[in-house]
Design a protein around this ligand. Structure first.
Ligand SMILES: N[C@@H](CCC[C@H](N)C(=O)O)C(=O)O
Length: 277
């Protein structure tokens, strides 16, 4: 039996089990990740994050992201902010601006004086092949056939794939019914995160996200970036945009084109512990 120490963290209610594999070697199987993530039989989290040594000289750390279903994914916005707080609190670095390696390249989070974290999330992509999404042409909205209706989605990659639809009211949006259908729609061969965005005004949206591999979460950082860049591209939003989720608020800024998306928000430690695997 293995005893594994962990830190439980959250970024506006999107919760994480964070493992330090920088100070000692740790390797987990998908079954172990599912067991730790389980809310009844394990610790419980939306994603498990593993902090490791970088494999490239530019980066100070590498961090790997696993959904609660055990699958490894490319990017995680709320996780990136928790990662920065984690490496500071553990004394693994004194640097406030950190170059971090992820499965989809380098990102640059910065710990602000007020304790919030700003992350340069890199530029978005709207190319179907980058999600991937099966489409013949590049469009700003794509019709998607579901079991009982057709919805229109904007697609965006923030390193990980997102399909965002506009809704009149997020409180009554059919997230539980449509979320799983969109997540596993055959036109998204690697599945997708399904966002439901309500425009409040050009600088404010409300958002719910049914996440690939985790179900609906209280917030999704990359989902917030994808929703804002899609809303700007569709002419509904103007940067910067305040994103209200069920777990809290993020600020997202994007000046268009190949410029990076900037995300600012909080990150918090909930408790530390050890689990026997
Ligand atoms: N909660 C995250 C996104 C985590 C990964 C996502 N479920 C995926 O499969 O791409 C965030 O804050 O961005």
């Amino acid at each position: 039996m293995m005893k594994l120490e962990f830190t439980k963290m959250q970024g506006i209610g999107n919760d994480f089990v964070v493992i330090d594999a920088y100070s000692q070697p740790v390797s987990l199987t998908p079954d172990q990740i599912r067991a730790i993530s389980d809310r009844h039989f394990g610790v419980g989290c939306d994603q498990l994050l593993i902090v490791e040594h970088a494999t490239t000289p530019e980066a100070a750390f590498r961090y790997r992201i696993f959904n609660a279903d055990g699958g490894e994914v490319e990017q995680c916005g709320n996780g990136a902010r928790c990662f920065v707080k984690f490496v500071h609190d553990q004394g693994l670095t004194q640097q406030r601006e950190i170059c971090v390696e992820t499965a989809r390249g380098l990102i640059y989070p910065r710990l602000e004086d007020n304790g919030e974290v700003t992350v340069n999330m890199g530029p978005p992509s709207f190319l179907p092949a980058d999600l991937p999404f099966e489409a013949e042409t590049i469009q700003s909205l794509y019709p998607l056939q579901l079991a009982h209706e057709t919805v229109e989605v904007a697609i965006a990659s923030m390193g990980n794939p997102h399909a965002v639809q506009l809704v009149d009211n997020v409180d009554t949006a059919p997230v539980a019914e449509q979320g799983p259908q969109i997540e596993s729609h055959p036109r998204f061969p690697k599945r997708v995160n399904a966002g439901f965005m309500q425009i409040v005004d050009p600088h404010h949206i409300r958002l719910r996200v049914f996440e690939r591999g985790s179900g609906e979460t209280l917030a999704c950082g990359t989902g917030a970036c994808a929703a804002v860049v899609s809303g700007i591209r569709l002419g509904h939003l103007v940067s910067p945009v305040r994103v209200s989720t069920r777990g809290g608020e993020l600020n997202i800024a994007w000046t268009g084109g190949d410029s990076p998306v900037w995300m600012t928000g909080p990150a918090a430690t909930v408790f530390t512990g050890a689990i026997h695997l």
